[in-house]
Write a protein that binds this ligand. Structure first.
Ligand SMILES: C[S@@+](CC[C@H](N)C(=O)[O-])C[C@H]1O[C@@H](n2cnc3c(N)ncnc32)[C@H](O)[C@@H]1O
Length: 295
């Protein structure tokens, strides 16, 4: 999904001349079907073709813009900081300070913006396959008063970077969409010897707790399909090394998988990286760290 140049120009101009945080909150409300009034943000969403006139229904482009807005709202709520800044402050010093950092699956660029704002990294590069997210990232960075932040197109399974290019490779809430084994091999390739990988995301354990909460919430069968598909794919990935149910979709690059902590550690080691002994929690997610030997 991408915005054509005219759509992008209109969206950029509109967002740079409005209260972008209020607009982002409204778009998130629309995505989560939360009630709300028909204010300036709704008029803007309708005028830009992001919401169907007279409704709170998002268009296809609107859905992608809303997705980026949702990430931006989370980021504002955590005071524009990296998601692990409070949980693992030592990690910021060790993995970011003075480092050349690649974030894979950088979405709308909120973590890239945190790093660019802090000025602590030597270099910050994003990689994101969905152009609409990269486009929103460019607008949000401008709205935040930042200069352009490099976010390359591409996928984790085939990184468009030379060998040993980065000190740190970071993935936040993204590895579940990757074909994890080849992505880890690519991460190992682009890390310099002694460089480190930081993958923060859900695991089978946290996903199972989410499922149980959902079932206990007596939500009936609607929506059950996506849980069943995710569990089947996760178990398939852990045992056979591949998703069982695969479907290209305009909404996502892949059905998610959440390998267990043990499976992730095995996959990391198989990619030639040395996993850290600890896998600390970052909220409901788990932080997997590993080093490339040498250096
Ligand atoms: C939940 S978002 C997380 C975005 C960002 N890291 C954050 O913390 O807000 C996951 C991102 O991974 C991207 N993604 C999906 N498949 C990918 C792949 N094969 N390679 C790289 N990124 C991918 C998605 O397009 C999406 O932007």
């Amino acid at each position: 999904m991408k915005l054509d140049p005219a759509e992008f120009g209109r969206l950029r101009e509109a967002l740079l001349s409005t209260d972008v945080a209020a607009f982002a909150r409204h778009m998130s409300d629309l995505q989560f079907h939360r009630p709300g009034g028909a204010g300036e943000a709704q008029a803007l969403a309708e005028g830009l073709g992001l919401a169907r006139p007279g409704t709170r229904e998002l268009t296809e482009t609107g859905w992608f813009v809303a997705d980026a807005c949702r990430e931006y709202v989370f980021w504002l709520e955590r005071d524009r900081r990296l998601p692990f800044a409070d949980h693992l402050p030592g990690l910021v010093a060790e993995a970011i300070d003075g480092r050349s950092v690649l974030e894979i699956g950088s979405g709308s660029g909120i973590n890239l913006m945190s790093m660019a704002m802090s000025g602590r990294a030597a270099e910050v590069v994003g990689l994101e396959p969905v152009e609409a997210y990269r486009q929103m990232g460019a607008i949000l960075a401008e709205a935040e008063g930042l200069g352009p932040i490099l976010a390359e197109p591409g996928a984790a399974e085939q990184l468009p970077f030379e060998d040993a290019r980065f000190d740190t490779v970071l993935c936040v809430s993204a590895h579940q969409y990757f074909d994890v084994a080849p992505a880890l091999a690519q991460i190992a390739r682009v890390l310099r010897p002694g460089g480190q990988m930081v993958v923060i995301g859900g695991t089978l354990g946290s996903f199972s707790r989410l499922c149980s909460g959902w079932l206990l919430g007596q939500n009936g069968l609607s929506g059950a399909k996506s849980y069943v598909v995710t569990v089947a794919n996760t178990l398939g990935y852990m045992t056979l090394g591949r998703r069982i149910l695969v479907r290209p979709s305009k909404w996502t690059t892949a059905y998610p998988v959440y390998p267990s902590r043990g499976s992730m550690r095995r996959l990391i080691a198989a990619a030639g990286l040395v996993p850290a002994a600890e896998t600390p929690s970052v909220g409901t997610e788990t932080c997997f760290r590993a080093r490339k030997p040498g250096g």
